[in-house]
Design a protein around this ligand. Structure first.
Ligand SMILES: Cc1cc2nc3c(=O)[nH]c(=O)nc-3n(C[C@H](O)[C@H](O)[C@H](O)COP(=O)(O)O)c2cc1C
Length: 197
């Protein structure tokens, strides 16, 4: 079984470090034999979560599209930046809107998060590699009943972390990415066989 893995970054900034980490993850997952798809949250703009808006207009189409996409994959890999020690609003807002989806447009149950395998990468321009954001993201994803794998890649000093080919300069980060991707693939394959999802 070839696991289908969806990769995205929590930043849509031009030249985003989290986007570069997502590039590394995409390449490594493909090398290890996964069926990888990369998306950009720029293609799924969403208003700021507001329950009045939800009441008036319903769940935005882009949240439903993302929910369907998440449900269609065996695993997700999310690459988060760090804003003020936590998850950036683009990523948290996306997670929050998608968490409101319980049914598809045709009324069929749609639960994109529970039991879904997910891996986390973090990055930042500073020395701490977005580790606080990764910790918060891990807690949020666990709260929505995703199965977060233990290996994690946290990339410090984004401006010097990548070589001209976009690969990690630091061999320890290359090794960490190999381990994260191997774990994600292994768990995604295992979980796809479970019938209680
Ligand atoms: C509002 C804001 C808050 C930030 N807070 C942190 C922080 O708490 N820790 C950190 O290491 N970097 C912080 N940064 C710097 C980011 O690591 C840096 O801008 C990074 O490039 C953003 O991620 P991206 O490259 O994936 O877009 C912050 C940046 C912004 C814009």
């Amino acid at each position: 079984m070839i696991p289908k893995i969806l990769v995205f970054a929590g930043s849509i900034r031009t030249g985003a470090y989290s986007g570069k980490v997502a590039d590394c993850a995409q390449k490594e997952l493909a090398v290890q034999g996964a069926d990888v798809t990369r998306i950009s949250l720029a293609d799924y703009p969403l208003p700021i979560m507001d329950e009045d808006l939800e009441e008036e207009k319903g769940i935005p189409d882009n949240a439903l599209k993302l929910a369907r996409l998440f449900a269609a994959y065996d695993a997700l890999l999310i690459c988060t930046p760090e804003y003020n020690g936590s998850i950036p609003p683009l990523l948290k807002n996306t997670i929050d809107w998608v968490s409101r989806v319980t049914r598809d447009a045709n009324g069929a149950p749609l639960h994109p998060y529970p039991g879904k395998i997910v891996g986390i990468c973090s990055s930042s321009s500073g020395h701490f590699a977005g580790i606080r954001s990764a910790n918060h993201l891990r807690a949020v994803l666990s709260h929505i009943q995703m199965e977060v794998v233990a290996p994690q890649v946290s990339v410090p000093n984004g401006d010097t972390a990548f070589d001209e080919d976009g690969a990690f300069v630091d061999e320890r980060l290359r090794k960490a990415m190999r381990r994260l991707c191997a774990t994600l693939i292994e768990y995604a394959a295992l979980l796809s066989k479970r019938t209680d999802r």
